[in-house]
Write a protein that binds this ligand. Structure first.
Ligand SMILES: O=C(O)CCC(=O)C(=O)O
Length: 256
């Protein structure tokens, strides 16, 4: 049974060992197929970052129309059932992404996802770790405060430094098979991956279905925004998200 009361109090909830070994293996294999799409003329929206070992894949998005296993698991499985409990009504997928966080891959500055999520005011996401997520590999750190709504932001959409310094952050270490649910107003950040293996995780974001289905519109908008900015914005930093919270380094010309 979903601990809805815990989620409503804290803005996040961990389900330990929610995916059994077979389910996890199927999800992991599917994620590796999507990662492979980044290097050919294949579907999905893929972003790269620079690390000490060269250019690596940072993120893939917009893949469920092209992958049946992931579509079934994400749109009609355990995760969407738990999200429906948390919304107290059926949920519809708003967006899906995989952050690969290869060794040396960048962290994310303190932010609330709500800043970047258009069309609907409230979302809930599920993090599906495929590798151990620890403070060393760049797990999420969360803080209370989601019930205050939008916190003060700087001009990049990150939580203002002075405000972030007042928050009571705690790390959320996870093992593959665990699931982390968090509210789109839950403050969170993560660090660089300082280990020698990737810290892959899928993030699946839903809204209450009574508010409408905006997934296609979200991706049409994101693609248009990135294309109009030449896909590299000012070339000084990596933009993989509509809000500018990613701390990875940009790939130097032609490396990816
Ligand atoms: O994968 C991470 O380390 C953090 C992800 C995150 O906060 C985001 O993608 O908005």
């Amino acid at each position: 049974m979903t601990d809805v009361a815990f989620f409503r109090e804290h803005g996040w909830l961990v389900l330990s060992g929610a995916f059994d070994i077979d389910r996890l293996a199927a999800f992991d294999a599917a994620v590796e197929q999507v990662a492979g799409w980044a290097f050919g003329n294949s579907p999905g929206l893929h972003h790269f970052e620079q690390t000490g070992a060269g250019a690596v894949l940072a993120r893939s998005e917009d893949f469920i129309p092209h992958h049946e296993v992931l579509r079934d698991e994400i749109c009609d499985g355990l995760i969407s059932d738990v999200i429906a409990d948390l919304f107290d009504e059926p949920a519809v997928l708003f967006k899906e992404k995989i952050n690969y966080k290869h060794p040396g891959g960048g962290g994310f500055a303190p932010h609330q996802d709500a800043t970047a999520y258009r069309f609907v005011d409230h979302h809930i996401s599920c993090m599906v770790p495929l590798d151990p997520a620890t403070p060393e590999s760049g797990c999420l750190h969360v803080a209370p405060g989601f019930r205050e709504g939008q916190l003060p932001t700087d001009d990049r959409g990150r939580i203002d430094d002075a405000h972030a310094a007042t928050l009571d952050w705690e790390p959320v270490p996870l093992a593959p098979g665990d699931l982390l649910f968090f509210d789109s107003y839950t403050p969170h950040y993560s660090d660089t991956n300082h280990t020698k293996r990737a810290r892959r995780a899928a993030y699946l974001t839903y809204n209450a279905s009574s508010l409408g289905d905006f997934r296609e519109r979200y991706y049409a908008d994101k693609r248009a925004e990135f294309e109009s900015a030449g896909n590299d914005f000012d070339g000084q930093r990596v933009r993989i998200s509509i809000s500018d919270d990613f701390l990875g380094r940009p790939v130097s010309g032609g490396d990816a």
